[in-house]
Design a binder for this molecule. Sequence first.
Ligand SMILES: [Zn+2]
Length: 294
Amino acid sequence: MTPAVTMTLDVEDLRPSAELPERVVAMTHLVLDLFAEHGVKASVFVVGELADRRPALVRRAAAEGHEIGLHAHAHLPLPTLDPDAFVSLTGDARARLQDLSQQSVDGFRAPMMSLVPASAWVVPLLSDLGFSYSSSVLPGPSPLYGWPGLPRRVFRWADGPIEFPCPLVRVPGLDIPYLGGTYLRLLPDAVRRFGLRRAHSDEALWAYCHPWEFDPDEAYHPHDFIGNLASRVAWLRRSRMERRVRKVLGEPVGPPLGEIAESLDRSRLPVVDPSAPQSLGAMARWANGRLRQR
Ligand SMILES: [Zn+2]
């Protein structure tokens, strides 16, 4: 049986300059239309700055029953931020999203999965700021941001929120975030199906996508922080994206991550101390070994 996959959307405006046409509004409506057509309730993570500028996007997503989460105040990698500024900007952004959505905003997603050992200081602050869960880590090696050694199943940060790590599938020599936007778009669908067959029941499976991935007409421009090669990859094969996401939406779709977080028994989750990543080895091997045994 195909396991259920929760749909998530990261709403961000990656234009390098405000002089370029703003395409995020139309593209976000297109994705929300797709979700509505399939009757899917997603977790929609919105960048705070964009929510301030385009509040109607948040209001529409909330009115249609999606969970609203925060995709940081600005779309910057966490290791580049100052902790004091992070606290005030993130707290304000969460409060404004709650006002706009009339929901409790419980979920945080780091830009570019940039919760890594160098930004582990964020973890206790997320709890202090009122987030009950995060989906901000890629628990393997990555050319951008990854944290190898973390469990691949849902876990709990010591004195911090629940973490839903990005689902990975192991193929010889590689760990692939097979349900993630770029990978959904570029890899053969057989990789996704293979990953779903290998998935363990302890994993919370979630797919992610971005409004810009549905936009084949946007001119190419390099993005800060990810370099020219990754920017090129982000620009490729966008005309496929809608078809690929329709496939995911046409199969069993799980509830928003916030609902899953509420249903979990926290006492049964593995606990990870973010300040001691070197001590993760045995526990991570245990958790990951359980996945591989299947
Ligand atoms: Zn993002």
